[in-house]
Design a protein around this ligand. Structure first.
Ligand SMILES: Cc1ncc(C[n+]2csc(CCOP(=O)(O)OP(=O)(O)O)c2C)c(N)n1
Length: 673
C-alpha cells in the first residue's frame, strides 16, 4: 500500500525501493535547507530518521494527503517531537502541503511549528514535544480501533534516549497486556542524545529483551538500508496478537560527514556555508533552488515583521533596547547566573547535581566544568524528570543539597505530583531550576514555553519561588537558595539574553522587593535608575506602580522611561523577585501611595497579578479606597514559534504594552480626581 485516494480506494502513487532512496536523499536536503532558514532546530536526529520517514510516508502507511482525516488511514505518531522537520519533509513529499512551505519552519504563525501541532497542520496526527508520550497515545488509539472494529496501523516514532522516560514503559506494558497488534513502534537507535552517548547518559539497552519481556515482537533493522526497512515494515504489519517494535540502527546526522555521530549537532543547524557543503555531499546542489527558497523565507519573515510592528503600541520615539543613545544595555541570559553560582558554590560537599539530558544549555553542567573532582557528585539520570525529582528527595533525606533542572515545562510540570508529594509534603531541601521559561524561549514553540509553572509552584505548601530579573540576581538567588534556604525551592530562569539591570551592590534579600526609580536620562540605561530595598524606600507619591518579576523587570523599567518621557508620569517599579513568600508590605504600600498598580509577568496572567489582587482586596487599610489595577502577561493562550523578541511583542509582554496599559489606567485615575 501507499498513498491512496480514499474516495476510490486506488493507489495514487507508490515508490520503489530505489525511488524511496532518492526521495529520502532529497528530503534530507530540504530538511537542512528548512533548518538553515529557521536558524534553529535539530539537524542530527532529523537526518538519522529520514530513511524511515520516507519509507513510512511514501510507501508503508496508507494515507490520503487530500483527505488527512480519512477514518481508515494509518496513524503516524511523532513521539520524538523535536524531529518535526523530518515529519514535515515526509508530509510535504507525500503531498499534504507544498514543499516550499518547508522554509517557514519555526517562524511566527507558521503551520510548521518547532514541535508538531496537529491543530495547525493537516497530516500531523497529534501534537508532541514532551518526550515519552507518543506510545501511550498509540495505546489509546489502538484501543479505540478495537472498539470501532477498525484495522488500521498505528506507527509511533521514538528516539533511543526517549526510552529513558518511565511513561514509555507503562505504555509498553499496556500494549503488551492488551495484545495491541495494530501498534508498530519504531525506535531511532542512533546511540546519541543531548548530553552524549545514550549508554553513558543512562543505558537503555538491551531494548530488544526489554520489549520482548513485555510481550512485543522485536525486529532489528539497519535504519539506512531501504530494502531492509521496507521488508521490516511488511513483516511488522503481518504480526498478529502482539505489538511490534522495529529497532532501527541509525547514525545521527546521517548523510553529512561533519554531522555524523557528533552529539553537538543535536540541536544545531547549518549556516549557509555548511548548508552548501551538505548539499554538495548529498549530490543535491543542482536539485534544490536554495536561493529562491531562502528568499521566500525572507519574504515570509518580512511580512511577519511588518504585521507585528503594525500591532505595537506607538510612542514619541523608538524606546526599544539599544535603539538610539538612551537605551544601551548589556544582555545575558538569567540561566547563566544559575550556572555561575553552581560553579562557585559546588565545592560544598553537600551539593549534588542531577542531569536530565539538557545540562549544557540550562548551565547545570557548570557545576563540574573544569572541576573533575566534583564528578562524583554529578549524576546523569537521563530523560526521566519524574524519577529524578523523587531521587533528589532521597539525596535530601540523607543530608545532601540536591539540584535538579530542565526546561521549566519538564522540571516543574511533568513531575508535578513528585514535586508535590515527594518534595513539598515532606518539606525537603531540593532546589528545582525551571529553565527556558516564558515565551522568550522562542522557536521551539508552545510545548517548550512554560507559561503555567508559577501557578503550580506557588500553589504548593512549603515551596519558595524566586524569579530573578537578570543574570546577576539569578546568581545571588541561586547561592542563597542553594546554601541558606531550607525547604523546597524553585528558581525560574529564561533562555534568551535579557538586559542586565542590577550590579553587585544592588540589594537582593529573599522575600523583600526592591523599588526601582528612574532618576534621569543616561546613555547607559541602567545608570538612569536608583534601586533600594522596598522597606528602606520613602514614598515619593509617584503617579503609578508597576510590579514585575523576572525579565519583565527590565521591561517595567523601560516602560517607566516611556511614561516619563511621553507623559511626564513618575513610576515606582517593584522588582518582586521573590514570588513566594511575596513582599506583601511593599505591594500594599505601592497601592496606597500611588493608587494605580500594573502587574507584569512573562507567564499566563495570574501568577503575579492574582496574588497581588488577593493581597489588595484582603487588606483592611485599603477597604473603600479607590484603586485602579491592570495586568500584563499571556492571555490564556499557548505559546507559538518565533524569535524570542518577536514573541515578546506578539504576546504583548513588552515595555510598550506595559506603558500602554499604564496610560489607560492613568486616564481613569485622572477622570476620577
Ligand atoms: C520530557 C522531555 N524532556 C526533555 C526534553 C528535551 N529534549 C529534546 S530532544 C532530547 C534528547 C532526545 O534523545 P533521543 O530520544 O535519543 O533523540 P535523538 O538523539 O535521536 O534526537 C531531549 C532531552 C524533551 N523534549 N522532553
Amino acid at each position: 500500500m501507499a498513498l491512496m485516494d480514499s474516495a476510490t480506494g486506488k493507489v495514487i502513487r507508490d515508490y520503489s525501493v530505489e525511488q524511496l532512496k532518492e526521495a529520502a536523499n532529497l528530503m534530507r536536503g530540504y530538511n537542512l535547507l528548512a533548518l538553515c532558514a529557521a536558524g534553529s532546530g535539530h539537524a542530527g536526529g532529523t537526518l538519522s530518521i529520514m530513511d524511515i520517514t520516507a519509507a513510512l510516508y511514501l510507501h508503508v502507511a496508507q494515507q490520503d494527503p487530500k483527505n488527512p482525516t480519512w477514518p481508515d488511514r494509518d496513524r503516524i505518531l511523532w513521539s520524538a517531537g523535536h524531529k518535526a522537520p523530518a515529519l514535515y519533509a515526509g508530509l510535504a513529499f507525500a503531498g499534504f502541503f507544498p514543499i516550499d512551505e518547508l522554509v517557514t519552519l519555526r517562524k511566527l504563525h507558521a503551520r510548521l511549528q518547532g514541535h508538531p501541532h496537529w491543530l495547525k497542520l493537516p497530516g500531523v496526527e497529534v501534537s508532541s514535544g514532551s518526550l515519552g508520550q507518543g506510545l501511550s497515545i498509540a495505546v489509546g488509539m489502538a484501543l479505540a480501533a478495537r472498539i470501532n472494529g477498525k484495522k488500521h496501523k498505528i506507527f509511533c516514532l521514538m528516539g533511543d534516549g526517549e526510552q529513558q522516560e518511565g511513561q514509555v514503559w507503562e505504555a509498553a506494558m499496556e500494549a503488551g497486556h492488551f495484545h495491541l497488534d495494530d501498534i508498530i513502534a519504531v525506535i531511532d537507535v542512533n546511540g546519541l542524545q543531548i548530553d552524549g552517548l545514550v549508554k553513558d547518559v543512562m543505558q537503555v539497552q538491551p531494548l530488544d529483551e526489554k520489549y520482548a519481556s513485555f510481550g512485543w515482537e522485536v525486529i532489528h533493522v539497519d535504519g539506512h538500508d531501504m530494502k531492509q526497512l521496507v521488508q521490516a515494515f511488511d513483516k511488522a504489519k503481518a504480526v498478529v496478537g502482539k505489538p511490534v517494535v522495529i529497532l532501527a540502527k541509525t547514525i545521527k546526522g546521517k548523510g553529512v560527514s561533519f554531522m555524523e555521530n557528533v552529539a553537538g549537532w543535536h540541536g544545531k543547524v547549518p549556516n549557509r556555508a555548511e548548508l552548501d557543503a551538505s548539499l554538495k555531499e548529498l549530490g543535491l546542489t543542482e536539485r534544490i533552488p536554495v536561493d529562491q527558497l531562502l528568499n521566500q523565507a525572507k519574504s515570509y519573515q518580512a511580512r511577519m515583521d511588518r504585521e507585528l510592528e503594525a500591532k505595537m503600541p506607538k510612542f514619541s520615539r523608538d524606546f526599544w533596547w539599544n535603539a538610539g543613545d538612551a537605551m544601551q544595555v548589556k544582555m545575558e541570559p538569567t540561566r547563566k547566573g544559575f550556572g555561575q553560582s553552581l560553579a562557585e558554590n559546588g565545592g560544598d560537599e553537600r551539593v549534588v547535581c542531577l542531569g536530565l539530558d539538557i545540562s549544557g544549555s540550562i548551565t547545570i553542567a557548570d557545576f563540574y566544568a573544569g572541576k573533575p573532582e566534583r564528578k562524583d557528585r554529578w549524576f546523569s539520570l537521563g530523560i526521566a524528570e519524574q524519577s529524578a525529582t523523587s531521587a533528589a528527595v532521597g539525596l535530601a533525606k540523607e543530608g545532601k543539597l540536591p539540584v535538579i533542572g530542565s526546561y521549566a515545562t519538564f522540571s516543574a510540570a511533568r513531575n508535578l505530583d513528585q514535586i508535590r508529594v515527594s518534595i513539598c509534603y515532606g518539606n525537603f531541601n531540593v532546589l528545582i531550576a525551571g529553565a527556558h521559561a516564558g515565551v522568550s524561549v522562542g522557536p521551539d514553540g508552545a510545548t517548550h514555553q512554560a507559561l503555567e509553572d508559577l501557578f503550580a509552584m506557588q500553589g504548593l505548601p512549603n515551596m519558595s519561588v524566586v524569579v530573578p530579573c537578570d543574570i546577576i540576581e539569578a546568581r545571588k538567588a541561586t547561592t542563597y537558595l542553594l546554601l541558606e534556604h531550607k525547604g523546597p525551592k524553585y528558581i525560574r530562569l529564561a533562555r534568551e539574553a535579557t538586559p542586565v539591570v542590577t550590579d553587585e551592590k544592588t540589594p537582593f534579600v529573599f522575600g523583600k522587593a526592591n523599588v526601582i526609580r528612574l532618576r534621569n536620562e543616561s546613555a547607559n540605561f541602567v545608570d538612569a535608575f536608583e534601586t533600594r530595598l522596598a522597606s528602606d524606600y520613602k514614598n515619593e507619591s509617584e503617579d503609578l506602580s508597576i510590579i514585575a518579576c523576572g525579565p519583565m523587570v527590565p521591561e517595567a523599567m523601560r516602560a517607566a522611561c516611556i511614561l516619563k518621557r511621553d507623559h511626564g508620569y513618575e513610576t515606582r517599579v517593584l522588582n518582586m523577585h521573590t514570588l513566594k513568600p511575596i513582599d506583601a508590605e511593599a505591594v500594599i504600600r505601592a497601592a496606597q501611595d500611588t493608587g494605580v498598580v500594573v502587574t507584569a509577568e512573562e507567564h499566563q496572567i495570574g501568577a503575579l497579578a492574582w496574588r497581588v489582587s488577593g493581597l489588595l482586596t484582603e487588606n483592611k487599610q485599603l477597604y473603600g479606597k479607590p484603586l485602579i489595577t491592570g495586568a500584563i502577561g499571556v492571555k490564556d493562550r499557548f505559546g507559538d514559534s518565533g524569535s524570542p523578541w518577536e514573541l515578546v511583542k506578539e504576546f504583548e509582554v513588552s515595555a510598550e504594552h506595559i506603558a500602554q496599559k499604564a496610560v489607560e489606567l492613568m486616564k481613569l485615575k485622572k477622570s476620577k480626581q
